[in-house]
Design a protein around this ligand. Structure first.
Ligand code: GLC
Length: 424
């Protein structure tokens, strides 16, 4: 069975390859997405090393002069997607969106480089290292309003967890009166019951329009934008990525960056406690304007292990929360704890399992010595794929796939992680 799944996963990546970049899935997502490409590179690395490097080189070809790596690069237009390049109107070549996505690229870069022997003179390392450093500096400059080393998202799409219930309160304050009419395309590709609602979508569009009306001035957007939430996921991911970039900076002998990254890591490691919610016993996202914690345990809460943070007592409480999840979910790791307000086992980031988050959480747990938990998450992921194939996400209750089929990052996670240890 495993060999058959290997073949299918490789075929999906090949089929979704548009020449130098991979679309997340045919139809629903016809462009290059930021964190998708980073994870996809790990999949390609298992059978085509050159193509793995090309994936992330193409991604950084869309980097802005201020250092931001955009969340979508529209290498060619496609009428089957909304909001397309004309709506974002960023004026970039190649056309891109005006927001970013979770900074996992440096972590992937380190992995690819180590797989090839950790040679500081690796011919493809330096340019990508510089791109990651510029992107991390962009986060520090524009997305750290409190100076505590955490990451504020200015659009829920930036978090990669688009409709997580963690954003509900902040989104409820977004004024949608000027949005006007538009035609959604996503619900023409997949069942509307699996996608964000119409009211939610209006808010997403209103936030986009604010950025566009500011001419994508990231300072103004950060200071006055309608959505300002410190995301637990991106904060943990950037902390982890800074640690990985530090390894590369050290190998390259970039002393200034070593000092800068060391200070950043110390700042974020101390700052992360601002997200700790002692009532629920987990790290949760917190609104940067109202300072209210979401109070929700999501899959991103467990990225603490991946980021290398938390006291022994905090880690115990996180493991207790993980244990609670096993009582309501048949398959780990749900994106939201069952029983929470807005939990829905098939609606996107309000319950379904997403293998890229499962992967990062399992990596972190294994590194922390929690190998039993890491293996449980991996084995559940294998069962999800064996039952339903390579879907965008999966119901934690029934294993049914939700969202798009033949998904690139799910195939990549099979190749780079899930099949390993399965005797493959
Ligand atoms: C959805 C997901 C996001 C992903 C994108 C492309 O918007 O929420 O995380 O990057 O699809 O797969």
């Amino acid at each position: 069975m495993s060999a058959d799944l290997d073949t299918r996963a490789i075929a999906i990546l090949r089929r979704n390859d548009r020449g130098g970049y991979t679309v997340p899935t045919h139809g629903l997502y016809p462009f290059q997405w930021n964190w998708d490409s980073a994870f996809v590179a790990l999949g390609f690395a298992e059978f085509d090393r050159d193509r793995a490097w090309t994936e992330i080189e193409t991604l950084v070809s869309g980097q802005w002069d201020d250092g931001m790596i955009p969340h979508i690069i529209f290498h060619r237009d496609d009428p089957g997607y909304f909001p397309g390049p004309g709506v974002w109107a960023t004026g970039r070549t190649p056309p891109t969106s005006g927001i970013t996505q979770p900074p996992v690229l440096a972590t992937v870069l380190r992995r690819l480089w180590e797989q090839e022997g950790s040679d500081p003179a690796h011919p493809r390392l330096r340019r990508l290292y510089d791109a990651c450093l510029a992107s991390h500096r962009w986060f520090h400059r524009f997305r750290d309003p409190m100076g505590n080393g955490l990451v504020m998202a200015t659009h829920n799409w930036e978090t990669g967890r688009d409709n997580s219930s963690e954003w509900d309160d902040a989104l409820a304050r977004v004024d949608t009166s000027g949005v006007g009419t538009y035609q959604r395309r996503d619900t023409g590709h997949v069942d509307a019951a699996m996608r964000p609602t119409a009211a939610e979508y209006d808010r997403y569009v209103a936030i986009l329009q604010f950025g566009r009306d500011c001419g994508w001035d990231h300072r103004r957007i950060a200071d006055a934008g309608p959505f300002r939430v410190v995301d637990v996921g991106m904060s943990m991911e950037l902390l982890r990525a800074n640690r990985d970039l530090l390894v590369l900076a050290t190998a390259l002998g970039d002393a200034a960056a070593v000092a800068e990254l060391t200070a950043r890591i110390a700042l974020s490691t101390a700052g992360i406690d601002w997200l700790w919610n002692d009532e629920v016993g987990a790290y949760c996202s917190r609104d940067a304007t109202t300072h209210v914690s979401s109070g929700l345990v999501t899959s991103a809460s467990f990225l603490a292990f991946y980021a290398g943070v938390g006291s022994p007592a905090q880690r115990q409480r996180l493991l207790a929360a993980l244990d609670r999840m096993t009582r309501s979910a048949v398959y780990l790791l749900p994106s939201l704890e069952a029983g929470s307000r807005a939990y829905d086992h098939q609606r996107y980031w309000r319950g379904p399992v997403w293998l890229v988050v499962s992967y990062m959480v399992a990596e972190g747990l294994a590194e922390a010595g929690e190998t039993g938990w890491a293996e449980r998450i991996r084995a559940d992921s294998a069962r999800l794929i064996a039952t339903s194939g390579f879907y965008e996400s999966f119901s934690p209750e029934t294993a049914a796939g939700s969202g798009g089929p033949d998904f690139s990052w799910t195939a990549a996670m099979w190749l780079a992680w899930v099949r390993k240890g399965a005797g493959a």
